[in-house]
Design a protein around this ligand. Sequence first.
Ligand SMILES: NC(=O)c1ccc[n+]([C@@H]2O[C@H](COP(=O)([O-])OP(=O)(O)OC[C@H]3O[C@@H](n4cnc5c(N)ncnc54)[C@H](OP(=O)(O)O)[C@@H]3O)[C@@H](O)[C@H]2O)c1
Length: 244
Amino acid sequence: MPDPSSDSLTVAVTGASGALGQALLRRWHGRGAQLIALCHSSAPLQLAGPDGQPIPLRQGHWQVGQEAALEPLLEQVDVLVINHGINVHGDCSAAATGRSLEVNALSAWRLLELFAAVAKRREGVQRREGARRAEVWVNTSEAEIQPAVSPLYEISKRLLGQLLSLRAPELARTLRLRRLVLGPFRSALNPVGVMGADWVAGEILRQADWNCSLIIVTPNPLTYLLMPLATLGRWAYVGLLRRQ
Ligand SMILES: NC(=O)c1ccc[n+]([C@@H]2O[C@H](COP(=O)([O-])OP(=O)(O)OC[C@H]3O[C@@H](n4cnc5c(N)ncnc54)[C@H](OP(=O)(O)O)[C@@H]3O)[C@@H](O)[C@H]2O)c1
């Protein structure tokens, strides 16, 4: 992971006011990063550090379908964490289907492509020795390969995971990509999760320090076995069929 203490690193997190978004922002603050909280809700986000002092952050507002409006803000970002998500549980209506696909999969994919385009342009302008490579962390969830007792959550997260695998070979020329595969943690999205969001955020940063591209945090041992196999299988399949 780029070392935030060596230089001021700017980190933007979507779904910033959610449980994991806040936990990640606190952890990045602890490492000295400059923070941008990307929120779809208009409520101001205020975070306090362990000493009770407010954590300095910039808040950017965005809406699904209007990702392009974030372009000027993304110009300043070194690490983009695509973390927003919804869970409509047993709602299988047309409206819930559209919302789940848009929020969980398509908006995340559009942000990924937008940030790659911004990073490519920036790389061209700032081509210099030791220039920092932009990073994207995509929070797909264990639901990519495991049941999550929520059909549309599984479908939309699987789509996001598949899109990431499909686009990774090309995007990785410009961006450092990391996939976050998380098990159940407590939040508004999953009030009965067994892990705490703060602990999960700590584990994510620890595995990023180990230079992992596939970051897995879950109590389910099967995920540690199946997820690498799934990503490897997709990589081989896409690689075989891909036209140059
Ligand atoms: N909790 C779990 O068990 C679990 C497990 C694996 C993966 N995950 C994933 O982890 C991520 C964070 O989830 P969380 O558990 O921290 O849930 P959370 O507390 O509900 O946070 C999700 C955040 O996503 C943003 N969001 C909600 N609806 C949105 C919309 N229509 N458009 C754009 N943004 C929207 C909101 O933040 P803003 O208002 O700031 O935009 C919301 O606070 C999600 O991608 C989730 O799928 C969760």
